[in-house]
Every structure is written in structure tokens, then in C-alpha cells.
Design a binder for this molecule. Structure first.
Ligand code: ADP
Ligand code: ZN
Length: 720
């Protein structure tokens, strides 16, 4: 080690073919090199494995990695070996002969990484053996398994608490993607770590596009997502086994390639289906939550939830299986108020925490705040960006209900009129003016709120009630889920707060996030290279992503290197892979480019997103785009609303986005100057541009909330 500071970096290049470290990787590597205990928390796909694999190459003793599942160990060992690194695991699926072979390579320092299950590591024979030969350090993967606060507690992990006693001089490094503070502290405590360095990365997965849709026609909604990713890998989560079977069968009936996965299948069928997914013999797995642990397939392009998961933790885990390779991927959640009730029934009453988790999840579904923001804030972090550009809310895909305040007030006053003694269904019947027997018997047809929303269907009104529950303006209590009004619900009645209400089924959208991972990539070549990767993987009996990640294949199809030397500069192509696969891949690239007469050896610089073949404008949804066009021409808002077929409140939301983006300071383009003057005076008087309700109170009925919002946005543009 003559230049210790550069060694990790040169190894990153030599073995992995990457040029720079991701956030916190370097710090984590330094902890292992300097033998300081550490807890490293990085999201899925953050690059945790390199944090212990690189330091393992920098010492002459073996590094021991603890991993909970054989499949995880196998993938990691395969990937390391494919990069020319000497790694192995000892596990229960191996013969004694094979185990001895691995053990024989340890004393000489030939084996650089040894993967073990926790129960094997704590055997006294293993401990004695490792004490004799000496261990560089221990890396504990999926370390949250040691904590009973975590979502995947494994009793066998608890035995690791004796590690420090048996190896007092050896540092221990814990790795997890689980973000809660409590679990983090518990990991350090359970492992008896000495003043551990806590390295906590950002939880925002900025390559994932999140959407939440109210479930209407679930299969059509599902197909809309799947059709955006033809022949690519995706996971579909369902709440029940029966639903898994149905959805998978329907997909196959419609020509898709899917396989089911749930705990009711034989273990043979489960592992076969999982294997087919990993090796790309099927595109889609339809599964219950039983599926996922131990899958580190990196090119899952989408995860769809057909129902609401029971906690945000679970959602983060499951949706997080998309886009481990850092490429753009989508997470779509379909939900309805009934999911909440299903989980509530299944939730153990003795576990108040479970109810809280469920409510937080329901809030996530019902609130229209940036999804990225809600997720990171849930885990105690903040998001710097104002507009993430990668969620349905920030992309302006949600369609608001016109006059949400009035609709909400009608609903809440009806709850009040029925003395807070009835459930959502009954309240909706009253509001829609139903004349079913029970309504008449109770004389609820004589209430002042009877029939106030008769132009809407009962389902729509129930859905709005659910949205109000999700935003905590109403609560459901008791065995019969009686609706009650919360303190903030009362503020809605007084006009102090305006809730957000959304149309039940948002229109089909084909938008994508502001990133464009396909820029400059030749699709045809990418598919050819994928096929070559699949057949090579089959021959070698390793998963395709062990050969190359999709990110590397796309870079190949973008740069189209014509020589093995140029091939070696592609990120993800280390020295070993250049030697093993360079010729075959370059031959395929040259063949394809000659055939289709396209140029090779493009610059290594990725074209900036703005200059791509896909115009940026196309990334906005169509309605919003049209609206922006009309705003340019100063068309009155009511006309814009009519032209684009959206409610006026939605158009106002688009307009405020437009004002923000274009930094427009003059609201008189859309409002009368006299009104603007009045609003400006009210803003001055209130003294805080964030407090719209007090302004509205000052201005009275002549001025609408929408008008205030427009002026406020212009004032913001002036001052920003
Ligand atoms: P985690 O275990 O945190 O989920 P992995 O260790 O599996 O993440 O890494 C995720 C992906 O990121 C892998 O494809 C890996 O090769 C890639 N990766 C890791 N570190 C880097 C880096 N410094 N530069 C580029 N890609 C990286
Ligand atoms: Zn967002």
C-alpha cells in the first residue's frame, strides 16, 4: 500500500470500471481501512456493497461478510468473481468437499471475501478457525435484521452480539437501507459497537418516479404502466394470494409474460418462478409481500402496487426494488379506501403502532404533496428541491375537484348533521339524496344537507370522504367506523383551511420524469446487447445482471465502441469484464452499426438532457402543456379551462406553476388591475404571503382563493 489514499479509487476503476465514488462510499471505506466501527445507512441501490468489497481488496487478511440469505450471497459472490475478485461463501447448500476447498484458501490470504450466514459465523468451530487465521473486518449486510424494531427481524442475527467479545481487535461495519433512527441506534447497541461512525445517506431515490392513483379499473391501470415498459422487468404486488393468481392469469391471457409468487405455492414453484424472473425468462412477477427479500436484480423497471401496503416502511422497501441500477424507473400505487379497512381489520388491536403506520400510509396516498418529499420527511430528512420533477404531484398530473372547499364543507356539515353517528356510506347516501329505506326511516331526507351532492355518484362521494379522512379532517372511530369531525375539520367549516380534493380516476398519463436515461441510446442495439447478455448468462449459469447492468448496456448502445479498448471505458466494464466479454460485445456492436448504417465511437460525454431527441416539453402532461400554450397568449382562464377540458382550479394550479417557471411578475395578464390592487393591499396587511386564508377573510366574497393565489405567486416571483 504505497499510496493508500488512491488505492480504493484505482481499484474502483480496475475491478468495477467506475470513475468516482458515490456519496459516503469513500467515508465508509475509510472506516474499514482504519478499523473504526461503523453503521452505514444508504438507500437501496446506493452502493453499499462496494463499501466493504473495496477495503477487502486492500488488506492481506480475509474480510467476512454476514448475509441473511444464500441467494444474496450467491449473487454477490458471482458478481465479484465476474470482476476478477477472489470471493466465496460457505453455506448449507454446499458439500463438505467444497466447503473445505474454500476454507483452504483463507490462511494464505488468497481469499479476499468470505460470505457467511450469521448462524454459521457464531459456531464455535468457525470462531476458533477465524481467530486463528485473523479477519480483516466484519461487514454485516442487511443489519436491520438484528433489530426487533426493524421490519425483518431475524433471531439468528441476535447471536452476532458476541462478535465483539470474540474478536475485540477487529472492526465491525453494519450496512442497512432501513432508515429509522431507532433501528439505527439499536443496530449499534445490539452489535456492541465501539463509538461507531454513523454514516447516513440521503433516502431520496431520485431515479424513481412515484405515482398514486385511486383504483378504478385496476387491470387497465396496471396495463398502462406495463405497456410503457415492453419486455422489461417489473414487479406487481397484490394484497392477497387469490388476487396474485387472478392478476397473473389475466396478464398472461392478454399476451404478457408473468408468473405468480406467494407463500401458498410450493417452495419448488416459488424458487423456479423467482429464478425465471432473475434470468429474464419472464418479464413480470405478480406477488404478495412474500416476494422480494434476497432479490437484487438491478434492472426492475417498475413496481406496481395493486393495493395499499400496510406501512410506508413496507412501501419504501417494496417500491425500492425498482431501479437499483440507478436508471429511471416507476413506482405506481393503486389504492382505495377499502384497502385501509382491510388492513385495519387484519391489524392486531394490541399493536397501536401498527395502526399508526397504517394511518401514515393512508395519509401518503391521500395527500397531494410531493411524493419524494413525503417519503424522505417520513424518514426524518428533508428534500432541497421544490419540485422533484418525478412524482405525479410535481408533474401536475393530478386533477383537482372544482371548488374543493365547498365540497368539503358540504361533506363535513353533513357529518355534523347526522350527529357524528354514521359511517362514510350513510353520509354519502344522504349527500347524494338517496331514498333508501333507512334514510327515510331516520328522516335523514329532511336534513339540510340531504341531496347537496346529488349530481355526483355515491362512490365518488365516498371517495372524497376517504380523502378527507386521509387529510385528517374527518376521523373514523369505533367498530362501525363512525365519522367524526377533527379540530382541523372544524377549521374547514369556518373556511380557515382549504382541503385538496381530487377526481376519482385521473386520466391516463404518459408523462415521464425530467430525466432521460435513454438520451442518445439506440434502442435496437440495446435490445441486441440484452439478448447477447441473456444467452451468455445462460451459458455461464449466472444471472444476466452479473455480467453487465442495464446502465452499462445503455452506455454501450449510446457510445457504440468499435474496439475492445474503447469498450473498456464504458462505466461498469472493469479489466476482467473487458477481457471476458469485450470481443463478443464489440463484434455485436460493429455488426449492428454496419447493418443499420449508424455511426460508432460517439463521444464519451452524455448529451445534456435538454439537447436530447425528446423535447423537454413532451415531459409535461398534455393538458398542462396546452394550458401553458394558452397562458402565453393571455387567454382568460375560464376559456383555457374549457379548451383543455379541465376544472378552473386545475388551470389555476397550472398557471401558478407557469408563473413560477417563467418568473412572471405581472398578474394583470389574467386579472383586473383593480382586483390585483385589492389583493396586494391584503397581502401587505397580513404580512405573510404564505397565509392565504386571512387574506381571503379580509377580501370577502368578491375575490376568490384562485385570484389570491395568482397574485401571491407573482409577488413570490418578484422577490425570489
Ligand atoms: P445497495 O447494496 O446499496 O443496494 P449495490 O451495492 O448493489 O447497492 O449497488 C447498486 C448499483 O450501483 C450496482 O449496480 C453497482 O455496481 C453500482 N455502483 C456502486 N457504486 C458505484 C459507483 N461508485 N459508481 C457507479 N456505480 C456504482
Ligand atoms: Zn415531487
Amino acid at each position: 500500500m504505497n499510496t493508500p489514499t488512491d488505492l480504493p479509487l484505482s481499484q474502483l476503476k480496475q475491478y468495477w470500471g467506475y470513475d468516482s465514488f458515490r456519496p459516503l462510499q469513500r467515508e465508509a471505506i475509510d472506516c474499514a481501512l482504519q478499523k473504526r466501527d461503523s453503521v452505514v445507512v444508504l438507500p437501496t441501490g446506493g452502493g453499499k456493497s462496494l463499501c466493504y468489497q473495496i477495503p477487502a481488496l486492500c488488506t492481506d487478511k480475509v474480510a467476512v461478510v454476514v448475509s441473511p440469505l444464500i441467494s444474496l450471497m450467491k449473487d454477490q459472490v458471482d458478481s465479484l468473481v465476474a470482476n476478477g475478485i477472489n470471493a466465496a461463501s460457505i453455506n448449507s447448500s454446499m458439500s463438505d468437499h467444497d466447503k473445505a476447498n474454500v476454507a483452504d484458501q483463507i490462511p494464505s490470504g488468497k481469499l479476499q471475501l468470505l460470505y457467511l450466514a450469521p448462524e454459521r459465523l457464531v459456531l464455535s468451530t468457525t470462531i476458533r478457525f477465524l481467530q486463528d487465521v485473523g479477519v480483516a473486518f466484519f461487514a454485516i449486510d442487511e443489519a436491520h435484521c438484528i433489530s426487533s424494531w426493524g421490519h425483518d427481524f431475524r433471531p439468528e442475527y441476535r447471536q452476532l452480539s458476541s462478535l465483539k467479545e470474540n474478536f475485540p481487535q477487529t472492526s465491525v461495519h453494519a450496512f442497512t437501507a432501513t432508515a429509522t433512527e431507532q433501528v439505527r441506534a439499536d443496530i449499534a447497541k445490539q452489535l456492541n459497537l465501539t463509538a461507531p461512525e454513523m454514516l447516513v445517506g440521503s433516502f431520496d431515490r431520485d431515479n424513481l418516479l412515484y405515482r398514486v392513483h385511486r383504483r378504478s379499473d385496476a387491470l387497465t391501470q396496471l396495463r398502462e404502466v406495463v405497456d410503457r415498459f415492453p419486455k422489461q422487468s417489473g414487479i406487481v404486488y397484490c394484497i392477497s394470494r387469490k388476487e396474485v393468481e387472478n392478476v397473473s392469469a389475466t396478464l398472461n391471457h392478454n399476451g404478457y409474460r408473468s408468473l405468480p409468487y406467494h407463500a401458498g405455492l410450493s417452495s419448488f414453484a416459488r424458487s423456479k418462478n423467482q429464478d425465471d424472473f432473475i434470468n429474464e425468462r419472464t418479464d413480470i412477477v405478480v406477488a404478495t409481500v412474500a416476494f422480494g427479500m434476497g432479490i437484487d436484480k438491478s434492472n426492475v423497471r417498475y413496481v406496481v402496487h395493486m393495493g395499499m401496503p400496510k406501512s410506508i416502511e413496507a412501501y419504501q422497501q417494496e417500491s425500492g426494488r425498482a431501479g437499483r441500477d440507478g436508471l429511471q424507473s416507476e413506482c405506481t400505487l393503486l389504492f382505495s379506501g377499502s384497502d385501509f379497512m382491510v388492513w385495519k381489520k387484519m391489524t392486531d388491536a394490541s399493536q397501536p403502532a401498527a395502526k399508526e403506520l397504517l394511518e401514515a400510509m393512508y395519509g401518503y396516498c391521500n395527500r397531494s404533496l410531493c411524493r419524494h418529499r413525503m417519503l424522505v420527511e417520513y424518514f426524518g430528512q428533508s428534500l432541497k428541491k421544490k419540485n422533484c420533477g418525478a412524482c405525479d404531484v410535481c408533474l401536475g398530473e393530478l386533477n383537482t375537484v372544482p371548488e374543493p372547499q365547498i365540497v368539503a364543507q358540504k361533506i363535513i356539515s353533513c357529518v355534523h348533521r347526522v350527529d357524528q353517528r354514521f359511517g362514510a356510506n350513510h353520509v354519502a347516501l344522504v349527500l347524494t339524496g338517496s331514498s333508501v329505506k333507512r334514510i327515510l326511516e331516520l328522516r335523514h331526507n329532511q336534513l339540510s344537507t340531504y341531496g347537496l351532492l346529488s349530481e355526483h355518484s355515491k362512490t365518488t362521494v365516498v371517495d372524497w370522504i376517504q380523502q378527507l379522512i386521509g387529510q385528517e379532517f374527518l376521523a373514523q372511530t369505533g367498530d362501525y367506523n363512525v365519522l367524526t369531525i377533527t379540530p382541523s375539520g372544524r377549521q374547514v367549516l369556518k373556511g380557515e383551511i382549504i382541503p385538496e380534493l381530487y377526481q376519482t380516476a385521473p386520466p391516463a398519463t404518459k408523462t415521464s420524469s425530467a430525466r432521460d436515461d435513454w438520451a442518445g441510446v439506440d434502442d435496437g442495439l440495446f435490445n441486441r446487447l440484452r439478448e447477447l447478455r441473456r444467452t451468455t448468462a445462460e451459458e455461464k449459469r449466472i444471472p444476466p445482471f452479473v455480467i453487465f447492468h442495464d446502465a452499462s448496456l445503455r452506455e454501450m448502445a449510446r457510445q457504440r465502441p468499435s474496439t475492445v479498448a474503447a469498450f473498456g471505458t464504458i462505466p461498469g466494464v472493469g479489466e476482467r469484464k473487458r477481457g471476458d466479454y469485450g470481443e463478443a460485445f464489440v463484434a455485436r456492436i460493429v455488426e449492428y452499426c454496419t447493418e443499420s448504417k449508424i455511426s460508432m465511437d460517439q463521444t464519451t460525454q452524455r448529451p445534456p438532457v435538454q439537447k436530447t431527441s425528446r423535447p423537454k416539453a413532451k415531459l409535461l402532461n398534455d393538458a398542462k402543456l396546452k394550458a401553458f400554450h394558452f397562458f402565453e397568449t393571455n387567454k382568460p382562464l375560464s376559456e383555457v379551462a374549457e379548451q383543455i377540458g379541465r376544472a378552473k382550479s386545475t388551470v389555476t394550479t397550472y398557471l401558478t406553476d407557469y408563473i413560477r417557471e417563467q418568473k412572471i411578475v405581472d398578474p394583470t395578464r389574467w386579472l383586473a388591475s383593480a382586483d390585483v390592487e385589492k389583493i396586494r393591499a391584503a397581502v401587505q396587511q397580513v404580512g405573510n404571503i404564505e397565509s392565504i386564508s386571512p387574506m381571503k377573510r379580509l377580501l370577502g366574497d368578491d375575490i376568490t382563493y384562485d385570484q389570491i393565489r395568482i397574485v401571491v405567486e407573482c409577488i413570490r416571483a418578484e422577490t425570489s
